[in-house]
Design a protein around this ligand. Structure first.
Ligand SMILES: [Zn+2]
Length: 527
């Protein structure tokens, strides 16, 4: 079970949505530092392949067999040459046109090059070889080239089935029965598994494949609700989560446009993974709230949420500095903070580690000697945290009070104390001549000669008859360690997931849960 909790959420300014909503979502699977050289798909039913244009799958060919692979068309990086025998008016003509040319004895496959549907042969390494073929085949063709951004689809015997080279549309692979909402397609690689919807593969500037799962919004929610909340929870809580996840996703259309998709699959957006999402209660929660969105006036609400929040939620202005009238602090009475995972927590951080974190963050304040809360919010979260070192101090504000020492702070609501103070016993020795001392200089010793000397962290006093061991004791913890004690897990703004669970268990409906956590909002069926 994953919760959206560590993400730094960039809230976009409140914008009024047009009454049109995307019905598919593009979810980044392999991108940025995790692009791939090739991707293998498996399906029991065979495949449909083509391109994705404006979020819609445009099927060109159907492929039998149980596996296909997408890779770069121009392995080695140089551009490749093909002979085009025919350009089809639309995608639906491609298969019959392929058949027609094949009947002339030419081994052809489909292509989508610069917005045109081609019937191609190849691959040719150079223009001359392609030209010879174009002149001498049973039907005259023309030579076209494919850039380093071209991709191709091959069957399991390595035969080319489709080549795509287009600025807008990527190569799309779906399962053959893609119109069935339960159709699953299996992919290889680190995000391997079965997914709903299909996949679009494109080559971006790093020369590798960026892979995007194109999935209907409602089917995307099956996975997200399963990942963001336990499917065993009350269905009204799952419904509230479904609406939150739907709002959140529809506000993030084009959020990762740099890589050509809307949302990623991590908690940066919402946790999404392979569709082992057959929880009946989650399907019920999504299906029974289909198309329902939460609005503030006519604005689709920014439905941020996190695992738990303790006694109150936090005003967004105290976390991200932005102002949303519906993201204000409200009571959170139904959250069972005492008994839930990380509801109440206490974590320690050594001064050495605090110093390392400051250094790594570029804050040159020397060795950390003190960490103090200097201002709190009305909801009792930390608004300003001062870290003092031997060379200076630094004040952190809002969300940074949670994230700067994130290994010791699960939320923004905590107290911090110095781990303890050392106290030292006094040792009285009646015969100073007989004292023997081991160690350094912390314990006070009153010798038989009347002198007080400060001796060891640990010392052994010997009075001529027996030895006694003394230890410099730490009575209430380790003075070289800070202890953070707090409540809640996550950023603390919007809906508390455990609070929603508690409200559902107490008999509240999902609409009541949502309007409690998002002040002044209302539910509406948008589609
Ligand atoms: Zn993201």
């Amino acid at each position: 079970m994953l919760f959206a909790l560590t993400a730094t959420v960039a809230l976009s300014a409140g914008s009024t949505f047009a009454a049109e909503y995307a019905d598919t979502l593009r979810v980044g699977i392999y991108y940025d530092s995790a692009t791939v050289d090739s991707l293998t798909f498996n399906s029991d039913t065979g495949f449909a392949a083509g391109v994705v244009a404006k979020r819609e799958f445009v099927p060109m060919i159907s492929v039998s067999g149980s596996s296909v692979t997408v890779e770069k068309a121009s392995a080695g990086g140089s551009k490749k040459f093909y002979v085009s025998y025919s350009v089809c008016d639309d995608a639906e003509m491609v298969e019959s046109e392929l058949l027609k040319i094949r009947n002339l004895g030419i081994d052809v496959f489909a292509g989508y090059i610069d917005s045109e549907f081609h019937i191609l042969s190849g691959t040719f390494e150079n223009n001359n070889d392609a030209l010879w073929e174009a002149e001498n085949a049973a039907v005259k063709g023309r030579v076209i080239s494919v850039s380093a951004k071209g991709t191709c689809l091959k069957n399991s015997s390595g035969k080319t089935l489709l080549v795509v080279d287009d600025g807008e549309c990527g190569l799309a692979v779906y399962s053959k029965n893609f119109e069935d909402k339960n159709a699953l397609l299996n992919i290889s690689g680190s995000a391997k598994g079965s997914y709903r919807g299909g996949f679009e593969s494109k080559i971006l500037s790093d020369g590798k494949l960026t892979v995007v799962n194109v999935v209907p919004v409602e089917e995307y929610l099956y996975s997200v609700v399963c990942r963001e909340m336990s499917p065993s929870w009350e269905v009204e809580a799952l419904k509230a989560q479904a609406v939150c996840a739907r709002n959140f996703a529809l506000r993030r259309i084009n959020y990762h446009s740099k890589f050509g998709f809307d949302v990623c699959r991590t908690v940066c957006c919402q946790a999404y993974s392979t569709s082992a999402d057959n929880s009946e209660s989650v399907h019920t929660a999504v299906d029974e709230t289909r198309g329902e969105l939460l609005f503030y006036n006519d604005e689709v609400v920014q439905t941020v949420y996190s695992s738990s929040m303790g006694k109150r939620t936090e005003n967004v202005k105290n976390v991200w500095g932005s102002n949303f009238p519906y993201l204000v602090s409200v009571e959170n009475p139904y959250e069972d903070t005492e008994n839930i995972y990380n509801g109440k927590w206490s974590k320690s951080l050594t001064k050495v580690r605090a110093t390392e974190i400051m250094k790594a963050g570029g804050f040159d304040i020397g060795d950390v000697t003190d960490i103090s809360v200097i201002e709190r919010t009305e909801a009792d979260s930390v608004l300003k945290l001062q870290v003092t070192g031997t060379k200076g101090s630094k004040v952190f504000e809002r969300e940074r009070c949670r994230t700067i020492f994130s290994e010791a702070t699960y939320s923004q609501r905590y107290t911090v104390s110095n781990g303890g103070t050392k106290t030292y016993p006094s040792v009285t020795v009646t015969n100073g001549d007989n004292i023997s001392v081991v160690g350094t200089n912390k314990i006070s010793v009153l010798g038989g000669n009347g002198n007080i000397s400060t001796v060891a962290n640990d010392c052994t006093a010997f009075n001529g008859k027996s030895k006694k061991q003394y230890k410099a004791e730490t009575t209430d913890g380790d003075p070289d360690t800070f202890v953070f004690t707090g409540e809640g897990w996550g950023h603390g703004v919007g809906m508390s997931q455990y609070g929603a669970k508690g409200m559902a268990a107490a008999g509240f409906g999902y609409d009541e849960i949502l309007t409690h956590y998002y002040t002044g909002t209302h539910l509406e069926k948008a589609y």
